[in-house]
Design a protein around this ligand. Structure first.
Ligand SMILES: [Cu+2]
Length: 233
């Protein structure tokens, strides 16, 4: 069992029983993904399974982040001071080329270490900040070992980072199986006296293509927490 499984279990345990069941829409999305993706979809099912708000409970979209944020407080593997997180959110990663006009960060080496800070106070709301950019497009070469340093820079909402293979688009959100084994930074909760919740994940970008990263908290990708991740051949 890896750290991600621990977090998904913690999330499942923390989930109030009265929340609405997944809607028919999410069932269709999951079924389509299952038909397209075989075994790996089981992983994304665990991510996509949190109940989605229904038309009868429109306030749930904004409340879920707050509820999960409180429920997961203190559960993160690491914490770091907000000032440190903000500093790292604006640092250019080692070996990276940053194109600010194109809002893109590219790597040509065999490793890429990227910090994403969700909703830092000085950034745009509902966005990931990296190298001083908002939701930048990331480009790596096929075979690159990618390390993601994910920090929840928010004060009152849960956030995560998930790299998906966009096999289905519903509304303005792409849904698919997790792009690569390990390409998921589990949802982190609110800060503690030790600082902002933080974690590291590592995966290998083994297949070229265009992928999507997003925050898996329901509603957050639609509100802007998403970007493009390109694996060049
Ligand atoms: Cu989020």
């Amino acid at each position: 069992m890896n750290a991600g499984d621990d977090f998904e279990q913690a999330l499942a345990t923390a989930r109030p029983r009265s929340w609405p069941r997944p809607t028919a829409t999410s069932a269709v999305v999951l079924l389509t993904a299952a038909l397209s993706a075989g075994v790996s979809v089981a992983v994304s099912l665990a991510i996509d399974n949190p109940p989605r708000p229904t038309a009868a409970s429109p306030t749930s979209v904004t409340n879920l982040g707050a509820i999960w944020g409180r429920a997961l407080t203190g559960a993160a593997p690491q914490h770091e001071p907000l000032s440190q997180a903000e500093h790292q959110a604006n640092q250019v990663p080692r070996g990276a080329h940053v194109d600010r006009r194109a809002d893109a960060i590219s790597f040509t080496g065999s490793t890429a270490t990227i910090t994403f800070v969700a909703n830092p106070p000085n950034g745009r709301d509902m966005a990931f900040r990296s190298a001083g950019l908002e939701n930048p497009t990331i480009e790596v070469r096929r075979g690159t070992r990618v390390r993601i340093h994910f920090v929840n820079g928010d004060s009152d909402s849960a956030h995560g980072w998930l790299l998906l293979e966009p096999v289905v688009t519903a509304g303005n959100q792409a849904h698919g199986p997790r792009a690569f084994p390990g390409s998921y930074a589990p949802v982190l909760g609110d800060p503690t006296s030790a600082g902002q919740a933080a974690e590291w994940i590592t995966f290998r970008a083994t297949t070229s293509g265009t992928y999507r990263y997003e925050c898996p908290v329901p509603g957050h990708a639609a509100m802007g927490m998403q970007g493009t991740f390109v694996v060049n051949s």
